[in-house]
Ligand binder design. Structure first.
Ligand code: HEM
Length: 421
């Protein structure tokens, strides 16, 4: 049994207060941060009675769980558990595997998912961002989530995989359906979407296996040929990886771009600072990741009894890591942990997780956000809400579905430069 972290003193007291509904999609789609703050102070390893799982609020505890895959497995599901259904698992897919299989798979996939593969996307990404932003009529405003935040990540994944341009919109429908299973408004059901995706990716893989696209250097072509220690990726591995990229890379990055923009709208001084000092944009992207935590949580299952802060986590119980809380932990980020500060540095946030499963797409997500904010801030000197922000009803990635905004075009010379460049 593990007991590295001291117990909290006031257990009896806090059990009287009404516990926040950590099992509820609406909780994550709303403003969970005040409840996180309260729980960090009173009940940082908290039991959710309704769905029967533990939730972790403190940074160090989440690091501990993420870096001990032998004690906390990903193979029995990674979503907030729901007693009405078995925790979904796509057996064998990277994110649902533990070492040693996880290490083998990750090594193979890393060989294709390199910095270079990501960097070669930048010119295309910038062109997409410019086209999307230039299409905005500042006077009329725009639906920011749908028109700006959503298409970029989808297009980048399509580019990575070497999928033809005309499939982009279909990509997006599948991805929404695959991630938004808690959302009654999503029409296409998850299983239909997964089936259609499988068939589509089978075609892309077959084209590369049979040599029809011999000279292409997209990620999928690299992975088809990848070999580490005499081991290669099977068709099944590749299919699952394509699906994982789509699910893991779309809604998450869309959320970062939309919620980052919303954070700037709500903090006009920070908006101005960033416009005056665009060199701060990479630092600001880290702060958007910390402050908004686009992925609310990931879950693990204890493989044996573990004690944390005086609470006994039993073998077989689920433990949910609340990244949004870790990212505002006063012990790590100090007295300004609840504030947006685009100059914050260092910023050791856990928005991409850490340890074994830390986000494979982190560099791509950072690049997408950096380029988008560079182009956005060069063009517009003011952004304001023009209607209600609507969130997906989901526990893990409560994405932004609608975010109408009005923008004012910049009058300074950088705007002209951005358009010309
Ligand atoms: C802002 C954007 C993103 C955020 C906040 C994010 C967050 C995360 C987190 C927290 C994990 C850890 C999962 C765990 O510990 O169980 C993860 C894993 C992963 N992410 Fe991301 N992600 C983002 C974008 C992307 C993109 C753009 C891609 C690829 C196109 C991607 C692909 C993956 C994959 C494949 C994994 C699984 C890695 C493994 O199991 O070894 N993510 N991501």
């Amino acid at each position: 049994m593990i007991s590295a972290i001291p117990p909290v003193a006031s257990l009896a007291q806090k059990e009287i207060a009404l516990p926040p509904p950590l099992h509820s999609p609406a909780f994550y789609a709303g403003d969970p941060f005040p409840a996180y703050r309260e729980l960090r102070a009173t009940d940082p390893v908290t039991w959710n009675e309704e769905h029967g799982f533990w939730a972790l609020l403190k940074y160090e505890d989440i690091r501990y769980v993420s870096t001990n895959p032998a004690l906390f497995s990903s193979a029995r599901g990674i979503t907030v558990p729901d007693p009405a259904i078995e925790n979904p698992v796509m057996e064998g897919s990277l994110i649902f595997t533990d070492p040693p299989r996880h290490r083998r798979l990750r090594k193979l996939i890393n060989s294709g998912f390199t910095r270079r593969q990501v960097a070669i996307l930048e010119p295309k990404l910038r062109a997409f961002a410019r086209t999307a932003l230039d299409a905005i009529d500042p006077a009329g405003g725009t639906e920011f989530a749908e028109r700006i935040a959503a298409p970029l990540p989808t297009r980048m994944i399509a580019e990575l995989l070497g999928a033809p341009d005309e499939d982009w919109e279909q990509f997006r429908r599948w991805s929404d359906a695959a991630v938004g299973m808690d959302d009654p408004d999503v029409e296409l059901d998850t299983f239909t979407a997964m089936g259609e995706l499988y068939q589509y990716f089978e075609k892309l893989i077959a084209l590369r296996r049979n040599g029809a696209l011999r000279d292409s250097d997209d990620l999928l072509s690299v992975l088809v040929a990848a070999e580490v220690d005499g081991v290669r990726l099977s068709d099944q591995d590749l299919l699952q990886f394509c699906l994982l990229l789509l699910v893991a890379g779309n809604e998450t990055t869309r959320n970062l771009i939309a919620l980052g923009t919303l954070a700037l709208i709500e903090h006009p001084q920070q908006f101005r600072l960033l416009r005056e000092h665009p060199e701060l944009i990479p630092t600001a992207v880290e702060e958007f990741l910390r402050y908004t935590s686009p992925v609310a949580n990931m879950t693990r299952c204890a493989t044996r009894d573990v004690e944390m802060r005086g609470r006994l986590i039993r073998e077989g119980q689920y433990v949910t890591m609340l990244y949004g809380s870790a990212n505002r932990d006063e012990d790590i980020f100090g007295p300004t942990s609840e504030q947006l500060d685009v100059t914050r540095n260092p910023n050791p946030h856990l928005a991409f997780g850490c340890g074994e499963h830390s986000c494979l797409g982190a560099q791509l997500a950072r690049l997408e956000a950096r380029v988008l904010f560079e182009e956005l801030l060069a063009r517009f000197e003011h952004i304001e809400p023009a209607g209600e922000v609507l969130r997906m009803q989901a526990t893990m990635v409560p994405g932004v579905r609608a975010m109408p905004v009005r923008l004012r075009a910049a009058t300074d010379p950088r705007r002209a430069k951005a358009r010309a460049g």
